[in-house]
Design a protein around this ligand. Structure first.
Ligand code: GLA
Length: 385
């Protein structure tokens, strides 16, 4: 990303530069999908693509914001009633509001920002945006908020100003990312552990279908409701100790099968399986056993396709090709309904996989998938100028 363009456009809009530069990345997730709002484990890492913002205090109560990518301007106060119309501006507004709700007092600022996380590709461009501003405002206005709470501020922005009832994974990864490391996070206790990830002889690559589904956020929220419903039914039927779906075993789920809508039963079955797969992957990583990691990734894909039903023909097609090419692990990444597959592939198979996937996908769907090498990078930070 060209930071000079952001600086130049900031100057053009707001006069002299004199601002601070902040950045926060998107993320990948090795495994642990749709577990984060079920108190389960996830395994993300920050990537080398993200959002960059120039921010300068303006001494007023107003935010004046310029989106370099969209060439769009918004201006708003931080009053609840001043919700901006532009959806991109709501992320910044939401972060300000959530800070204020927690007793923080950010002053007004001028800002220009741009990003190179592809939108809708399942790499969390929105968490990158939220985390950039949460981190930056905390730093610039000396608010003293810790990084866990900054992640919750981003998450609450999604809940309250965007309408997606997401978990904490994306914002956490964007803030806590560390170069060369994946992070296993327990989303209930918020305990986390860095796992250096340098799989010798393998590459981790993303294939982006460029499919975006309009209804993804309502379908996402519906999945979450199914999980909460299943959890509640188990709790009310002899298991008062159950807090999240993470606490539910397959046996416990089967015991209430007749009391649950078939759809909720399927969704819950996927999440219970996924929770055990994340733990199997973290054990396998301790032994450098990438075959097991890959096997679990395929199982996650099948679960997301058949039980959670968040895949799509384009993603399934790429997954099938990966399997045919002998790719070690492949699956839909992130919330689903389009976006990317994440692939763990032996280096010597990579070239053949790439050619076959691009050609066959283009023949079937009329365009080539985009390919991104995963470079696991640091989380939110101020950039020196
Ligand atoms: C989206 C959400 C996350 C998580 C994933 C699925 O990225 O923002 O909280 O639920 O989907 O794992």
């Amino acid at each position: 990303m060209d930071i000079d363009i952001i600086k130049k456009q900031f100057r053009d809009k707001f006069g002299d530069f004199g601002g601070e530069l902040y950045t926060s990345p998107g993320r990948v997730n090795l495994i642990g999908e749709h577990t984060d709002y079920n108190g389960g484990f996830v395994f993300p890492g920050a990537i080398d693509k993200g959002m960059v913002a120039v921010i300068r205090k303006n001494g007023t109560g107003k935010v004046r914001a310029w989106s370099v990518d969209l060439q769009d301007y918004a201006e708003f106060t931080m009053e609840e009633s001043d919700l901006p119309k532009a959806s991109w501006a709501r992320y910044i507004f939401g972060v300000c509001r959530e800070i204020i709700k927690r007793g923080g007092n950010p002053g007004g600022f001028d800002t220009a920002f741009a990003g190179d996380v592809p939108m809708g590709a399942g790499m969390s461009s929105s968490a990158a945006l939220e985390s950039t501003y949460a981190f930056a405002l905390n730093d610039m206005f000396f608010l003293g908020i810790d990084k866990f709470e900054l992640a919750r501020i981003g998450q609450a922005t999604e809940h309250n100003y965007v309408g997606v009832k997401c978990g904490i994974m994306d914002q956490f990864a964007s803030l806590f990312g560390k170069e060369g490391n994946l992070i296993r996070l327990d989303t209930r206790s918020m305990e986390y552990k860095y796992f250096p990830f340098h799989p010798q002889g393998y590459k981790l690559v993303l294939f982006d279908t460029a499919v975006k589904h309009e209804l993804a956020s309502s379908a996402y929220n519906k999945r979450r409701e199914s999980c909460e419903n299943a959890t509640r039914i188990v709790r009310e039927n002899g298991h008062p100790e159950v807090e999240f779906l993470r606490d539910v075993s397959m046996d416990m789920l089967y015991a209430v099968k007749e009391k649950l809508p078939a759809e909720d039963f399927k969704r819950a079955g996927y999440v219970i399986g996924e929770t055990t797969r994340v733990l199997a992957v973290s054990d396998a990583l301790e032994r450098d056993d990438y075959e097991t990691v890959g096997h679990m990734m395929y199982r996650t894909h099948y679960g997301m396709r058949d039980l959670y039903e968040v895949s799509c023909p384009e993603l399934d097609f790429l997954n099938d090709i990966a399997k045919e090419c002998g790719v070690t692990g492949s699956r839909v990444m992130g919330g689903g309904f389009g976006g990317c597959t994440i692939n763990l592939v032996k280096e010597h198979l990579y070239g053949g996989f790439l050619i076959k996937a691009k050609e066959q996908f283009a023949r079937r769907f009329g365009h080539k998938p985009k390919v991104y090498d995963v470079v696991i990078s640091d989380g939110a930070r101020r950039i020196s100028q």
